[in-house]
Write a protein that binds this ligand. Structure first.
Ligand SMILES: Cc1ncc(COP(=O)(O)O)c(C=O)c1O
Length: 627
């Protein structure tokens, strides 16, 4: 098969490829001369070490690469447009708070003066435990109490460039009283509410009705208070979060231009601003379609940076205002690419059957009718055949419900129906064009691949906001898939399913998949899950965190990687304690149940031992399906 039907080369960009053996290859963008590392080999090698699927695999080279790419692209735009200020990247901690991720962002980011954005006290505590470069900023957004403010102010004395971004006039009062108490001149910012509203899934984080930021009336009030109380000279930053995953580049330009108008006005008011913070919004092309759509973007990274820098330069040059530092809080674009979720397929439910049915004299007429559809099954009459099949089957079901047909006859009729659907799909697969209605009906009869993961734990945005992530088998990509399916997770919830998939031609309701042999480990990868997914997840059915492994690509090594860190997934006793069960109390309660069974003669003394041992073992086990 020479076709990339999943579009790996489209959305996988410079990070993923398909190897000649049909496996997904992980490219090392930091060392493009190195050969791509075989992802299946990585998973198998981790399995040999005792780390099973489902697992979240973090590739640290991808993270470092994305940070460098964003910084380099801004720097290049700055240079080519002769912009007089500099770029300061800031990672919003909420996008992925995991210690391994933040540690690496800080480490990589030091030479690029990367800072951190925090929106709560715990996030501030994380930031203050890291050694940032002296030029890097810590942006404090969100609603702050005096404890938060006090800590942020004290950190200035430790040499951190911590900037308290005022969200409201009320917050100003708290900040100034803490600053006066501690005798510190605070580094201040103001968060403004832009009137421009962007499109996409996060439209409500921009415009008039956005939850954060000050209205113009509040802004004027804050400026007046700062001036009156002698703190206007502390105002160094203006912040406006444009939104997240902005699909259209023109919206970025318009919002940045409006931010510049505010910036110029604040300068005119006498605020000595030097930082212009444009928040998040830089999108990820999850589908690789390069179009203005909820799961794609119609611009490149370089284009985004050039547009931002150019818009700021033009807007401020017109008013003779010095070029500020440009801060962007790009979270998604920084980390999404670096993680992938890998899981195995446990079972497949098919809605067709390749096994023909032998008809006999005594069989019901309707079963005969179903099988006779074959005699006129042609490309042109596909819809008619499907209509007839559904009609005959329904009639047979009706006979069963009214006790005019037996269970065995119904079962045979159902089997005949599934066989004919199989034949119909075979003919449809040969057609160049299948009508939309027929296509949808066949999609509704696609396979269900039951998989070893929890949507609610590992892909919460897929469940909550229909986020589309690219998904593909990580093996057999040199083999034509013969099935189409949707994915169902391991939870007992009908919502735990995925039915939107990226393929080379766009997004569709089913995923092309291979027939899975009985003992085959058939792995699927969900890509670009490094942003937002890790901490939004929940414990539905008490499926806990998966194993998490961080690796760096080492093409010269036998298995292609170095294992940097392993975080074991939640054990059963851990998830039980999250919902306030004490594993020891549970154990004792089970022991008394077993003891009672023994005293009633239901089990013998050896079984007692065995049952208690099995319970104990389960407590320390993984919450997911294990071989
Ligand atoms: C204030 C702020 N900054 C940055 C971000 C990160 O946005 P993104 O992930 O789109 O870069 C967010 C997320 O919504 C945010 O609220």
């Amino acid at each position: 098969m020479d076709q990339d039907i999943y579009g790996v080369h489209r959305w996988g960009a410079e990070l993923l490829t398909i190897l000649p053996n049909g496996h997904i290859g992980l490219r090392n963008p930091m060392n493009p001369d190195h050969s791509a590392v075989d992802l299946v080999k990585v998973v198998e090698s981790l399995k040999m070490r005792g780390i099973s699927v489902p697992m979240l695999l973090r590739i640290e080279d991808f993270l470092g690469y994305r940070m460098k790419l964003i910084t380099d692209s801004f720097n290049e735009a700055i240079k080519s447009l002769d912009y007089q200020g500099s770029y300061r990247g800031v990672f919003p901690v909420k996008v992925n708070q995991q210690a391994q991720v933040i540690d690496r962002i800080v480490e990589y980011g030091r030479s690029m003066n990367f800072g951190l954005e925090v929106g709560s006290k715990p996030e501030l505590l994380i930031a203050l435990a890291h050694r940032l470069s002296s030029e890097a900023v810590i942006i404090c957004n969100g609603i702050k109490d005096s404890e938060f403010i006090q800590l942020a102010l004290m950190s200035q004395q430790l040499g951190f460039k911590t900037i308290l971004v005022l969200e409201s006039p009320k917050e100003l009062e708290l900040v100034l009283s803490e600053a006066e108490r501690l005798k510190i001149r605070p580094n201040l910012g103001v968060r403004i509410k832009l009137t421009h509203r962007v499109s996409g899934k996060w439209a409500t984080s921009s415009g008039d009705r956005s939850s954060f930021g000050m209205t113009t009336t509040q802004l004027v009030d804050v400026i007046d208070q700062l001036r009156t109380r002698g703190y206007l000279d502390c105002l160094m930053l203006q912040h406006a979060h444009l939104g997240s995953q902005i699909p259209h580049i023109i919206e970025v330009r318009k919002a940045v231009k409006e931010a510049c108008t505010f910036y110029a006005e604040l300068k005119r008011e006498g605020a000595p601003l030097t930082y212009l913070d444009i928040g998040g919004g830089l999108g990820v092309d999850y589908t690789g379609e390069h179009k203005s759509d909820a799961n794609s973007i119609n611009y490149s990274l370089q284009e985004y940076c050039t547009n931002v820098v150019e818009t700021i330069k033009f807007a401020l040059d017109e008013q003779n205002i010095e070029h500020p530092y440009i801060i962007s809080e790009s979270g998604r674009a920084c980390v999404a690419h670096s993680s992938m979720l890998i899981f195995n397929v446990l079972e497949v439910t098919r809605y067709d059957s390749p096994h023909p049915v032998e008809i006999s004299e005594d069989d019901h007429e309707l079963i005969r009718n179903i099988l006779e559809v074959e005699s006129y099954l042609t490309e042109l009459r596909l819809q008619e055949c499907l209509n007839d099949l559904c009609y005959y089957r329904e009639e047979l079901r009706l006979r069963f419900r009214t006790r005019q047909s037996s269970l065995r006859q119904l079962a045979k009729g159902e089997q005949a129906f599934l066989y004919m659907i199989h034949r119909l799909k075979q003919v449809a697969n040969q057609c160049e064009h299948v009508h939309e209605e027929l296509k949808r009906s066949l999609e509704d009869m696609s396979d269900i691949y039951h998989c070893n993961f929890s949507l609610f734990q590992s892909l919460p945005d897929v469940w909550a906001i229909d986020q589309v992530h690219p998904i593909a088998p990580i093996q057999r990509l040199n083999e034509q898939p013969t099935r189409h399916g949707t994915l169902s997770d391991i939870t007992c919830d009908s919502d735990g399913k995925i039915d939107q998939f990226v393929v080379a031609t766009g997004v569709q309701r089913t995923l092309p998949l291979h027939e899975v042999a009985e003992h085959e480990d058939y792995y699927l990868g969900v890509f670009f899950v490094g942003a937002y997914q890790e901490t939004l997840g929940d414990l539905h059915n008490l499926f806990g965190d998966t194993h998490v492994v961080t690796i760096s690509l080492q093409a010269q090594r036998e298995d292609g990687f170095e294992l940097l860190h392993e975080q074991e997934g939640d054990s059963i006793s851990e998830v039980l304690s999250y919902v306030e069960y004490d594993p020891r109390t549970l154990m004792n309660a089970f022991k008394s149940v077993v003891e009672e069974a023994l005293s009633r003669g239901l089990i013998d003394i050896y079984q007692r031992r065995e049952f208690i041992h099995a319970y104990k073992e389960s407590m320390t086990g993984y919450t997911y399906y294990e071989d």
